[in-house]
Write a protein that binds this ligand. Structure first.
Ligand code: SAM
Length: 240
């Protein structure tokens, strides 16, 4: 998979080269290009923003600069990339989105700043490629870079050969619609707290049942909206 990120703060994306993602890049499972939006400016101040039409506080990112940047970064004679635009006003980015994007060959991410990007940039890009405006949560960040890091990490760990044990992604929270239950490691007792008996029983069926019950309980307590979104049959006989 190829991922290109356009930003006015390329250094913000440095963590992409670290740890698991860094290894995935080294092993050529994923290739990442980070582009400085200011490279497409033409004035001495390299300005990327202007005051908003209709008045109001803040600045808006200029369409000309974004237009030229996207024309160049997304140029291809083949299938165009999927353009991702992080924004708090976007549709929620979820594990389902990550799974869907992990099947894409090429993503381009446009990181906004200030009040966001002139909407015509998104309208223009949508004439040539699929575009998704997505939010990573109901809060407002200063820029799209942190959202981009979170989304790329969620997508990259699903790519074949990135996680040491692919089964861990299959058992994670959200993979079956539920939150994952608690996990434990040695020692058996720590500060008077013991690991649940069943996990030490060696009874795999009982362990699987216990884990499913814990997942259901935790989801019920913390994220009832997830249970409400699940089809009835996937909850088994448990009373909702
Ligand atoms: N005026 C915008 C609004 O109210 O919807 C907020 C702009 S925000 C200050 C600047 C940039 O941060 C956005 O263009 C986007 O790239 C990024 N951003 C902020 N919060 C985000 C979120 N929850 N999800 C994704 N991106 C976010």
């Amino acid at each position: 998979m190829r991922i290109d990120v356009i930003t006015i703060f390329p250094e913000y994306l440095t963590p992409l080269r670290e740890a698991l993602l860094g290894k995935a890049i080294e092993r050529e499972r994923i290739s990442v290009g980070v582009h400085d939006l200011r490279d497409w400016t033409h004035d001495v101040h390299r300005s990327v923003d202007d005051s908003p039409y209709g008045g109001g506080p803040g600045m808006v990112m200029k369409p000309q600069v974004w237009g030229e940047a996207l024309d160049e970064v997304c140029a291809t004679s083949g299938r165009p990339p999927r353009l991702v635009v992080p924004t708090p006003a976007g549709k929620p980015f979820t594990q389902h989105t990550a799974v869907r994007w992990s099947r894409e060959p090429w993503l381009v991410v446009a990181c906004g700043r200030y009040e966001g990007i002139d909407q015509r940039v998104i309208a223009d890009a949508a004439r040539r490629m699929p575009v998704e405006e997505v939010s990573i949560g109901d809060y407002v960040l200063v820029g799209g870079e942190v959202a981009t890091l979170a989304m790329i990490e969620a997508v990259a760990r699903l790519l074949p050969g990135v996680l040491g044990n692919p089964a861990s992604a299959e058992q994670d929270s959200f993979s079956d619609g539920l939150l994952e239950g608690p996990c434990y490691t040695r020692p058996e007792t720590w500060r008077d707290l013991s690991v649940p008996e069943v996990l030490r029983s060696g009874d795999h069926a009982a362990i699987a049942r216990w884990r499913r019950d814990q997942a259901l309980e935790r989801t019920y307590e913390r994220r009832r909206d997830l249970l409400d979104a699940m089809p009835g049959e996937s909850l088994g006989s448990r009373d909702r």
